[in-house]
Design a protein around this ligand. Sequence first.
Ligand code: SAM
Length: 190
Amino acid sequence: MDARVKWDARYRDLNIDEARPARVLSENTHLLPTKGCALDVACGLGGNAILLARLGLEVTAYDISAVAVNKLNAYAREQALPLRAQCRDVGKKPPAPEGFDIVAVSYFLERRLTGALIGALRPWGLLFYQTFIRDSVDDTGPRDPVFRLEENELLMLFAPLRILLYREEGRVGDISRGFRNEAMLVGQRR
Ligand SMILES: C[S@@+](CC[C@H](N)C(=O)[O-])C[C@H]1O[C@@H](n2cnc3c(N)ncnc32)[C@H](O)[C@@H]1O
C-alpha cells in the first residue's frame, strides 16, 4: 500500500491530544537554544513540533500524511503556536541545507536521508533522534527489521556529529527496567 494512503488512514481516527514528544527531546530540553528554527521530520501529529513551538522555537514540520499535517496546522492555529506543518515526502524532497538550528526525528528511519539530516543543521545545530532497535525486549514497534536500528547504528550514521548523548540498552541486565526497545541520540554539527 502507498505510504501516504496507509498513514492517512491511521491518522484519520487519531486526535492531536494523543501526540507525545519523544523522550530524547522531552528529557533534554535543557540543550535547546531559547530561539531559532526547528524542524520535525516525519512529524505525524507533531508531538516533537508542539513541544519545540511551546518552548519558543519557530517550527517547521514535514510529513507525508495530509491528514496529520492538517490536524497539526489546525491545532497550531488554535493554540497560536509558531508552527507550520507541510505535506512533504522527505525521501523525494529532503530538507534544505543549513536551514535549521534543531532537527528532530522520532520513529522514522530512512537511512538514505542521513546526509541530508546532518546537512540540514546549521553550524552548532542539534539533531535529536529516537527510534526502534532490533535488540528489543518485546515486539513493540515495526516488525520489519529494515525499520529497526542495528546495534550502535545511530552512532555510526551520525558519526560526523559531536555526540552529546547516546542511549541504547538492548537486553542487557534487568529488562523490566530501563530504556528498552529504542535508541536515542543527540548530536551537534560542528
Ligand atoms: C511512526 S510515525 C512517527 C510520527 C512522529 N514522528 C512521532 O514520533 O509520533 C512515522 C511517520 O512518518 C511519516 N512518513 C512516512 N514516510 C514518509 C516520507 N517519505 N516523508 C515524510 N513523512 C513520512 C508517516 O506519515 C508517519 O507520520
